[in-house]
Design a protein around this ligand. Sequence first.
Ligand code: GLN
Ligand code: ZN
Length: 801
Amino acid sequence: FPSSLTTTNSNSPPFLLRYFSVRAMASHVVGYPRMGPKRELKFALESFWDGKSSAEDLQNVAADLRSSIWKQMSDAGIKFIPSNTFSCYDQVLDTTAMLGAVPPRYGWNGGEIGFDVYFSMARGNASVPAMEMTKWFDTNYHYIVPELGPEVNFSYASHKAVIEYKEAKALGVDTVPVLVGPVSYLLLSKPAKGVEKSFSVLSLIDKILPVYQEVVAELKAAGATWIQFDEPKLVMDLGAHELQAFTHAYSALEASLSGLNVLIETYFADVPVEAYKTLISLKSVTGFGFDLVRGTKTLDLIKGGFPSGKYLFAGVVDGRNIWANDLASSLGVLHALEGIVGKDKLVVSTSCSLLHTAVDLVNEPKLDKEIKSWLAFAAQKVVEVNALAKALSGQKDEAFFSANAAAQASRKSSPRVTNEAVQQAAAALKGSDHRRATNVSDRLDAQQKKLNLPILPTTTIGSFPQTLELRRVRREYKAKKVSEEDYVEAIKKEINKVVKLQEELDIDVLVHGEPERNDMVEYFGEQLSGFAFTANGWVQSYGSRCVKPPIIYGDVSRPKAMTVFWSSLAQSMSKRPMKGMLTGPVTILNWSFVRNDQPRFETCYQIALAIKDEVEDLEKAGITVIQIDEAALREGLPLRKSEHAFYLNWAVHSFRITNCGKFSCGDFGAYSILDFGERGGWKIHTHMCYSNFNDIIHSIIDMDADVITIENSRSDEKLLSVFREGVKYGAGIGPGVYDIHSPRIPSEEEIADRVEKMLAVLESNILWVNPDCGLKTRKYAEVKPALSNMVAAAKRLRTKF
Ligand code: GLN
Ligand code: ZN
C-alpha cells in the first residue's frame, strides 16, 4: 500500500492545520472512486470473501481509503467534500440497507445490518442467489436492484451515512453526507416477486420518508450543515406522476430538513424542461447540481430561469472521462453562470461522481509524457475543480492555467492525434449508406450451398477456457520473457487443442478459442493506432470487479492485419468452417474512454473503417464465416428516447460499414449471385451480450448480419415474445441455449426443451444452437459436458425434420 493509505493517524496536527488554513472556496465534488489508486478495496474485499482476512481487516482498509480521499480533497481546498459515497459494494445497496429493505430470503431479523446480510444480498450465499444487478444509467457501473413489495417493513437499519460523517469529522473534515434520494431510489427499484404486474414502487414513498427523516435528524445532530440527495432519475423521461413524487417527497421532508442546506444533485444528462421546473420549485432545497458536460442543454435551462438566492452546483469537470478540463473554456462558462446566479451562489463541481473515471495519474509512470499531459483522473480532477473555484474568486493560479492551456494546444495540434488520410476517409462517409447488395434470403441460400450445414447448426461464441498457464504465456511474452517463437508455438498448441475438441464434440462451425486475447477490446486497441493503455486506470464495474478501458486519443487506423495469422492457422487445422473473430466498432467505442474533441460517431466510423479492412483481409485469406461481436451495442443507447434514433442510426451504420466488404457485401464483380455459392459464401455473424433487445429489434434487423447469436439464458420468454408478436426475422438467429455465467452443466433434455420452445416461434431453417456467450471464464470440466449435451440435443431434434 502507498504510505498515505497505511497511516490511520491522519488526524495528526499537520493535517488539521492544513485543513483550517485553506480558505473556503466554492468547490464541490459529487462523489469519488472507492477502489483506491491500486485497487486496494478490491483485494481487501476478495480476501475477506475468501475467508483469508477478517471483517476488521476489511474495515481498516476501507477506513484508510476514506481518510486518504477526504484528506486529499481537503488538501486540495475543496469546500464541499462528500461523505457516504464510499461503499463496500454499491451505494444503492447501501440505501437498501439503510431502509432495512432486505428481501425475506436473506433471513435478516432486525438490528444493524452487517457484512453477512449485506454481502449475501450483493453476491448470494450457499443457499440463496444474489439480488439482481443492472447497469447504472448508461455507465458501466452496476447497482443492486432493490426489490420492493407492499409487505416491506422499512426501518432505519444501517447508520452508515452518519457513521461516515462522524468519521470524517473526527479527522477534521466537515463533509456533505450524500444519500441516494428517495424518489430515485424507488424509481431504480423493481416490484418484488409475486407483485410484478400490479404494484407501483412509487406508492411506497410515504413509507420510506420516515426513515429518511430519522437519518436527516441524526446527521443534523452530528453537526452536518449540508446534505446532498442524488436524484439522477430526474434526467430521464419522466411522467407527471413521477415528477409529482419529487414535489411530494421534498415537501414532506421540509420540516426535518429545515436548518440544513439541501443540495439535489442530477447527472448524466440535462434535466428535461418539465423536470427542471419541478426541481427548481422545490422549496426545501438550497442548491441544485447539474451536469454541464453531458447536459448539453443545461446552460440554456439555467439562462431561462434560476431561482434567486439558491446555489448552483455547476458540473463542468467531466466525471465520465479521463481528459484534462479545458480550464479557459470552463471559466468562460462559469463567468456566464455567475452573471445569472450571482457570485456567491455559484459552486464549481464535477459533472457526476468521479466513480466513473480512473483514480490517479500518478500511478502511470509508463504512459507517454505528451499523452499524459492531456489527461486528468479523479485525483487531478479534484485539483481542477478547485483551480476553477479559485480563479472565480480572483485567485487564479496563472501557472496552472497556462500549463493547462499549453496541454490543450498540444492536443489540438499533435500529429499523433490527426491522421489526414483517416479524416478524409471518414469524411467521405458523410451522407453515405452501406447496404449489402443482396437480400438476406438469397445470401442464406448461396451460403448454404457452400457451407452445407445441417439444420439447427451448432457453434460457440468465440472464447474457450483461459487456463492459468495460458495467461502466464501471454503475460511473459508481453514482458519479453518468452520469445516470439515459443509464444506462437504455445498459442498454436492451444488452438489445436480447441479445434480438436470441437471436432470431437462434432460442432458445425468452429472457433479458434481466442487464446491470444486478454480482452476483446484491448486486443484490437493494442494493434490499432490512436489508442493508449494505462497501468492502473481501473474503473469499478460492480462489487470488486473493475475494468481498464483503453483511451482513444487520436484518429484510428489499422497499420496491418490483426487476426489473419491466427484465423488462417486455425482454419488450416480443420475442414469445417472456422469463424474469423472480430470485435465490432460500436463495442470498441463503448468500452473505451473516447476522445471528446470530435463527436462519438466520427470516432466510431473511423474504427468501422479499420475493422472493414480486417474483414476484407480475412475474406481474402479464405475465411468464409466472420463474426463481428457487438456485445455492447445496446449499452450505448442514450438515456432519453428522443436521442435513440440518432444513436442507433450511426451505430448500425458503423456495423454495416465493417461487413460491406467486397465479398460479404455481394459485390461479385464479374460473377453473378449464382456463382457466389461456388465461389465463397461469406457469412457474417454477430453476437450480442443481452437478451433485452425487444425495443431495438428493428435496428438489429437493420444490421443485416447473416446470423446473430444472442444472450438469452435468463429470459427465454422475453426474447421470444418479440417474434411471437410477429416481427419477421429472416436471418439466422442463435438465442443462447444455456447460461455460461454459471458453473452448472445443463442436461441434454433441458437444452432440447429450450430449443423446442424456440422452434415454436422461429423457423427451423434460421435457428442456430449455441451457448449464451464466450466460454473464457469457465473450466474445461464444465465446458466439455455442457457442449456435448448441447450437440446431442441439436442432433436429437434434427431427426424430427
Ligand atoms: N467473442 C467473445 C468471446 O467469446 C465475445 C465476448 C462477449 O460477447 N462479451 O469471448
Ligand atoms: Zn456475449
